[in-house]
Write a protein that binds this ligand. Structure first.
Ligand code: GDP
Ligand code: MG
Length: 314
């Protein structure tokens, strides 16, 4: 996977996405249940304004159940229809069709009253790369019909897959860009493998990963690698302990931190550290709150500076 969202490309994708979205009744967005905020496209609210929306908390088999319940509540409070999803297993699939029907009930009845029967509900899958779009569609459709391989945006000739008599799905998912601005978001996307690892070397990424989960999920590392440490331990010390525990050594006998880093990230991504959610609604609220507060303080400072300047120059 190697999609570069340079500005020109993004404008084109956005235009194509808008066109495509105009053809559907319902936009179904897949997010990664381990990082529901960080894996959500920032512009879909604008792109899919006036559309009915379903959020699939995908890879919920890898996420903490309690956290997933909190996220469900959080997005429902924002008016989304939310469904927990494991696309590998296919659990939660029937709920999608039912939810879509529920969302369209009134409109379909109105159409019926005007004599238009058998109008299918049309929907499409969207989401950032690697969130599980193809896996979901393949499972949902029941055959390996959905195209694999990533093409940004959606291809021109549109194909609809008939899921049920009254329900059709666009055969190609819409690939959306992730949130770019935020360094925290970028890191979490890298931890989960949603974006290329190349941006950071494995060791830097692993140390940052340990730093992120030490406080809340440190126990899963202790358990997995049979090591002991304090929750306020330095992340690089923990990484060293992991290397030692696994017996990863360089030629000179020094711990092989690079190998330990790769194993740690691989094992997290594969769910071997247990079910871990890396962000909670309250973290996001706090973060957004802090951002607003920072902007407010800065604005106040700017105002004070301007006034001082005026006073001095009177
Ligand atoms: N554990 C788990 N893995 C999943 C799930 N859905 C997708 N995956 C994995 O996530 C990776 C990316 O999936 P893919 O469908 O190619 O993502 P896409 O880029 O959005 O089309 C693949 O390795 C899938 O096997 C899920 O619900 N649970
Ligand atoms: Mg795909």
């Amino acid at each position: 996977m190697n999609i570069q969202w340079y500005p020109g490309h993004m404008t084109k994708t956005r235009r194509m996405m808008e066109e495509t979205i105009s053809l559907v009744d319902i936009v179904i967005e897949l997010v990664d249940a381990r990082i529901p905020y960080s894996s959500k496209n920032p512009d879909l609210d604008t792109l899919a304004k006036n559309k009915r929306r379903i959020i699939l908390l995908n890879k919920c088999d890898l996420a903490d159940e309690k956290a997933t319940a909190l996220w469900t509540e959080y997005f429902e409070a924002q008016g989304f229809c939310v469904i927990k999803m494991n696309s590998l297993k296919g659990t939660g699939m029937n709920e999608v069709t039912d939810a879509a029907r529920g969302l369209m009930k009134e409109k379909i009845e109105k159409l019926k009253a005007r004599g238009r029967i058998n109008v299918p509900i049309r929907s499409m899958i969207v989401g950032i790369p690697n969130v599980g779009k193809s896996t979901f569609i393949n499972k949902y459709v029941g055959k390996t019909m959905a195209k694999t391989g990533d093409k940004p945006g959606v291809t021109r000739g549109k194909q609809w897959i008939k899921i049920k008599k009254d329900f059709e799905l666009l055969d190609t998912p819409g690939i959306l860009w992730p949130k770019f601005e935020d360094q925290e978001v970028g890191l979490k996307l890298a931890f989960t493998g949603a974006i290329n690892d190349d941006i950071l070397d494995a060791e830097t990424l692993a140390i940052s990963f340990i730093d992120h989960i030490l406080l809340r999920n440190g126990d899963c590392i202790k358990k997995r690698y049979q090591i002991a440490f304090d929750t306020i331990e330095e992340p690089h010390v923990v990484l060293r302990q992991i290397a030692d525990a696994r017996g990863f050594k360089q030629k000179g006998g020094e711990p092989d931190l690079e190998r330990a880093s790769k194993i740690l990230l691989d094992e997290f991504r594969g769910g071997k550290l247990g079910r871990i959610t890396m962000e909670l609604p309250q973290d996001i609220e706090e973060m957004l709150g802090a951002k607003v507060e920072k902007e407010r303080l800065k604005a106040a400072e700017d105002r004070a500076r301007k006034q001082n300047f005026k006073k001095k120059n009177k």
